[in-house]
Ligand binder design. Structure first.
Ligand SMILES: CSC[C@H]1O[C@H](OP(=O)(O)O)[C@H](O)[C@@H]1O
Ligand SMILES: Nc1ncnc2[nH]cnc12
Length: 287
């Protein structure tokens, strides 16, 4: 079975990773269905890295339909300890301009409740701590990497995750600003929550592509405008990822790696064998 220590999940505009050597393509299956696509595993900065395009090659899967449990389960099968998410985001703040990079430190859930958000169900209950939804260790590595790559980068910010796929109305965009949110996207949840349940450190490299709907001096967001900014910054995002990979050593540790130690509340003697089997990879050592 192929193994890697660092995962990269590419969002809009990032469907392949440059600079990988000794590349293999791996298709995985999981108890939660198939991941978004085959994984591309290769060596970057001396480390085995597994890349997955979140929306599939050709961008076929919408944010509500993403198989996030399958994706995270498959990263866990590969042995991933740090997962870098690259995401295209709208900005809700003047200072976070299109072309800039933001490393968010908070999430606010405005999805509509249809996305499976946990591995722990149907006979087992776990409540993970999620006050810090992004791994602080990985977050600071991503920040350093972005500085080194020469990006205009902002550390911190709250990303609101909306359901989509339509972009926000003007009223919604203004309300998100009144609430103090800084960025908007459609995919970081439940992905970040599931990564935490799987004890994988998770951090987001947010590529600002637009000012959403609120900015009086900018047109409403369109896919064409988002893609144009992403294309202009494609090399930059790849360089940041490469810099981050080089900084995530073999000894990388994160508080996320023990997230389940105090989270499972169910009486172990009452967990059915088939439930234990389904969760063997995610939580076996605690069951
Ligand atoms: C193409 S604009 C909207 C689309 O882009 C973002 O995707 P990702 O987070 O995977 O980069 C956003 O969440 C929407 O899915
Ligand atoms: N304005 C926006 N709203 C939601 N997701 C986005 N991804 C990129 N721009 C976005």
């Amino acid at each position: 079975m192929s193994q890697a220590t660092i995962g990269v999940i590419g969002g809009s505009g990032l469907y392949a990773m440059e600079g990988l050597t000794d590349v293999e393509e791996v298709r995985l299956t999981t108890p939660y269905g198939d991941p978004s696509d085959a994984f591309i595993i290769g060596t970057l900065a001396g480390q085995r890295v597994a890349f997955l395009p979140r929306h599939g090659r050709g961008h076929r899967i919408n944010p509500s339909e993403l198989p996030s449990r399958a994706n995270i389960h498959a990263f866990k099968q590969l042995g991933i300890r740090a997962l870098i998410s690259v995401s295209a985001v709208g900005s809700l703040r003047e200072e976070y301009a299109p072309g800039h990079v933001v490393i968010p430190n908070q999430l606010f859930d405005r999805t509509k409740g249809g996305r499976p958000t946990t591995f722990f169900e149907q006979g087992i209950v776990a409540h993970i701590a999620f006050d810090k939804p992004f791994c602080p260790v990985l977050t600071s590595i991503l920040h350093e990497a972005a500085v080194t790559a020469g990006a205009t980068v902002h550390m911190g910010g709250t990303m609101v995750v909306m359901e989509g796929p339509a972009f926000s109305t003007l009223a919604e965009s203004e309300e998100n600003r009144r609430r103090g949110h800084d960025l908007i996207g459609m995919t970081a949840l439940p992905e970040a929550k599931l990564a935490r349940e799987a004890e994988i450190a998770y951090g987001t490299l947010a590529m600002v592509t637009d000012y959403d709907a609120w900015h009086p001096g900018h047109d409403a967001v369109t896919v064409d405008a988002v893609v144009a900014v992403l294309h202009a910054n494609a090399t930059l995002s790849q360089q940041i990822v490469a810099q981050a990979v080089a900084r995530i050593g073999a000894d990388f540790t994160s508080p996320a790696h023990s997230a389940l130690a105090t989270a499972i509340i169910t009486d172990r003697s009452r967990i059915a064998p088939e439930v234990k089997e389904r969760l063997a990879l995610i939580a076996g050592k605690y069951l």
